[in-house]
Ligand binder design. Sequence first.
Ligand SMILES: [Mn+2]
Length: 262
Amino acid sequence: MTLYVVGDVHGHLVPLTQALRVTGLLDAQGGWTGGDARLWFLGDLTDRGPDGLGVIDLIRRLQGEAAAVGGEVGCVIGNHDMLLYGSRFVPASPVTEVRTIVQVWALNGGQEHDLEGLDEQRAAWLAALPAVALVDDHLLLHADTLAYLEFGPTIDEINATVRTIMREHDERTFGRNTRLLFRRFEFLEHNDGVANARRLLDSLGGRQIVHGHSTIPETFGVAPSAVRGPVTYAEGLAMAVDTGISLGAPCIIVPLPTPQPA
Ligand SMILES: [Mn+2]
């Protein structure tokens, strides 16, 4: 059962669809052809690009189609998914001393039509997403940060906390919690990255963190047009897969190796 991951799509539905077709996961009509393959999205489905809701709708449909044939489509939540959701339900919640969540959303590529079209079904789907998933020995999360541990000491507790935050619509805390998932670069060498990555893996499980959020061009100084695939770093403990589609990089569906027997 092959496992694929996709970094931040940010509303770029057309390049996503094309990349899924090239990988053999979609047919020309957009139906799931991945069989029992597993496909995980690493969050930040919306904002910046033209069709965030289309990305949400595609993933929701593929979840059903894949599950019906023994496959799996999953998604961990990103800070932009929380921004969009919070802009709808708790728009006045402060993210910083001087900015509310709807202001931060707008400043970070929020698209009016995504906000207007965020109906109850899509919102409920976003609110139920996990923040962290352990798939085989890959620890899948959106942001390259230890901030996840501030939501709880285990994957189940982290996901329960984030789902509670999404459900409660608490103005005092929603923006502040969203801000935690803006943190980044905490697995890079100059930030004690190896020790941080090891600490997160020791706490939550898995042999390698696989994350989006910090694009490969921003993180490693690669030109967007030169991005060809993921970058493994922190002595192999972390893998960055977000190509930087909003910077002009291609959408790349990344296959992950199946675990070797211990
Ligand atoms: Mn992000």
